[in-house]
Design a binder for this molecule. Structure first.
Ligand code: ADP
Ligand code: MG
Length: 571
């Protein structure tokens, strides 16, 4: 039942000075002059997670026209823009810390450089709804009613006015909004063109790839060298809003990025890794577009592996351990990398991204001298170099890899790029000539055929969901760690996650996935099922309660997390 706003005000003055629990009374729905306030959940004490609130504005009254949501991509980008606007307004208007604990804060799940679908804002034809967190203020554990009143009755309406209503007088802002949504729409269109043109990635002319620092994802401002496509790789793609755009097209196949140390190889690869997402207009990488089945592969020794067929890469292990269904509690660099590739293919990855900086050398290459010292029968590893061509030819799986320390990949590559002073050149001919003129004593590669992509069916209880007081504990810590019941899953090596809200959503998705594991359903089918739920009902389908801190993720990351659960058992 919707109550008038002054009821809230009266209630706050009535409970002023009382014990914190009395705040529970304000849960409910209130009609303000220009919006509806929904107080969904009131925190138990001032130090707990802040309370969950929503503000809903009628779409008609908001002044934001229907063109902003005429497609699903526009809606995603417009919602993202509103979240950022809300965050800015909250920062400006909310007084901040009041009294004890988290009192005084008004927070929304604020995005970074990427534009993702998020639960923090929902926009429909009928309304705009912001979902945010508010720390109800207290002195000690006593309700600070007057402060609460100031926050709810003054600060919130002010923030709402700035964040959720169109300001027609601000032309600069309107232009920014249009750029935000049309840019997103264009990026989606470019990604669709990649497949038609048999490209795996595109780097737009003038892109700024370098970041401000190792911990700051904002673009480098001083001394950034802007990207120029090598002439031979220049392609022009079409944008529905921005018109044609020229850049470097990386074709399907095997691409090697070579070049001296510190010349920008990894920076280019990192940009391609994140090119599966769309970026904000001034990111610098907004026209770096990668197919969304691209998976970064890196070594992660120490991780667990459950029943993965890594026989394409590893055979003849000591003590005749099986590698067609390989399990370990403690992988080596090379076995972890082999497993990551096989698991990735199982989940649908069709473009592999590898960097020498984070690869196991013995997985990537074995040189001639080592072949003489260690006979092939005693070496379990078939290095990636012997598989990379077949992966493409037989399975249609492309690879982009960074390798500055060895020329062994020259002959295996369809395309060789060389980075010099952050500039890319195409040097395929040259590299192939060098490879021809430097005969290698070739390993008599008695290669087994590349096995088909292997599918596994996780057993029930693979990720046990112990309940406590009728609920499964689901918690996440930063980007790379989650706890479900008593199961802790760490996934530091999953590099294409960009935001803790993705990890929170992933944790809920893993919980759902665990419920689908019955020893018959293949992991692939479980991923399909979750993807279908998300497509139909959106991220909100992941939780029973409405929460504004979830962001979208890919099935490849969901698979990666499940695969790193130490309790996973498969058939
Ligand atoms: P590599 O992998 O070739 O050793 P990196 O990609 O790690 O080199 O880049 C080395 C340094 O150069 C990093 O500090 C990076 O931020 C910076 N850098 C990379 N690309 C550019 C660029 N286009 N303009 C300016 N600085 C760059
Ligand atoms: Mg590097």
């Amino acid at each position: 039942m919707t109550k008038p706003a002054h009821h809230l005000k009266n209630m706050l003055s009535r409970i002023d000075g009382k014990g914190y629990k009395a705040y529970k009374d304000i849960q409910g729905v209130y009609a303000f002059e220009r919006f509806t306030l929904l107080i969904d959940h009131v925190q138990g004490d001032p130090f707990a997670q802040p309370s969950r609130l929503r503000i809903r504005v009628d779409r008609d009254k908001s002044g934001f026209g229907p063109h902003l949501t005429q497609s699903a991509s526009r809606t995603t980008a417009f919602s993202d823009w509103l979240i950022r606007r809300f965050a800015k307004a909250a920062k400006r208007i909310a007084k901040g810390s009041r009294g004890s604990g988290k009192g005084g804060t008004i927070l929304i799940d604020t995005p970074g450089q990427q534009i993702l679908e998020r639960t923090a804002m929902r926009v429909t034809d009928a309304f705009i709804e912001a979902r945010f967190f508010l720390g109800l203020p207290a002195f000690g554990r006593r309700i600070a009613g007057r402060d609460a009143s100031e926050m709810l009755m003054k600060e919130l309406p002010e923030i709402t006015k700035l964040a959720l209503f169109c300001n027609r007088k601000n032309q600069k802002e309107s232009d920014g909004l249009l750029r935000h949504i049309t840019g997103f729409e264009d990026a989606e269109a470019l990604r669709r063109q990649l497949k038609e043109k048999k490209l795996v990635a595109f780097v737009g002319n003038g892109a700024s790839l370098a970041r401000s620092s190792g911990i700051d994802p904002a673009p480098l401002t001083q001394g950034a060298v802007l990207f120029e496509p090598p002439e031979t790789l220049a392609v022009t793609l079409d944008r529905p809003n921005g018109g044609p755009i020229t850049g470097m097209g990386i074709p399907e196949g095997v691409t090697l990025i070579a070049g001296g140390g510190f010349h920008g190889k990894s920076t280019l690869l990192n940009a391609l890794e994140l090119g599966v997402y769309n970026h904000i207009p001034d990111d610098g990488r907004q026209w770096v577009i990668t197919r969304n089945d691209a998976l970064k592969i890196r070594a992660a020794d120490g991780r667990s592996i459950s029943g993965v067929d890594i026989s394409s890469f590893i055979n003849n292990l000591p003590l005749k351990r099986s590698t067609t269904s390989f399990s370990t509690e403690n992988a080596s660099g090379s076995t972890s990398q082999a497993a990551a590739i096989c698991e990735g293919l199982e989940a649908g990855a069709r473009l592999l991204l590898l960097d020498e900086d984070t690869s196991a050398t013995n997985f990537m290459i074995r040189d001639e001298k080592m072949q003489q010292l260690v006979s092939q029968e005693k070496e379990p590893i078939t290095p990636f170099i012997h598989r990379v061509r077949d992966l493409y030819k037989e399975k249609g799986v492309s690879t982009i890899l960074v390798m500055g320390g060895s020329g062994d990949y020259f002959s295996a590559s369809d395309l060789v790029l060389r980075m010099t002073d952050y500039r890319a050149e195409e040097v395929t001919e040259k590299a192939h000539t060098i490879a021809r003129n430097t005969p290698q004593k070739k390993e008599i590669a008695t290669l087994s055929p590349l096995p088909l992509i292997h599918h596994r069916a996780p057993l029930p209880q693979s990720i046990p969901m112990e309940e406590r007081r009728g609920r499964v504990k689901v918690a996440t810590y930063g980007l790379h760690e989650m706890v479900l019941g008593k199961t802790r899953i760490g996934f530091d090596d999953v590099e294409q996650l960009t935001c803790p809200s993705q990890t929170r959503a992933l944790a809920e998705a893993v919980r759902l996935a665990a419920g689908l594991m019955n020893g018959k359903r293949r992991l692939e089918e479980i991923l399909d099922a979750i993807e279908e739920i998300l497509e139909k009902e959106g991220l909100e389908a992941l939780t029973d309660i409405l929460r504004g801190d979830l962001a979208s993720f890919r099935r490849l990351e969901l698979a990666a997390v499940i695969n790193r659960a130490r309790s996973l058992k498969v058939l």
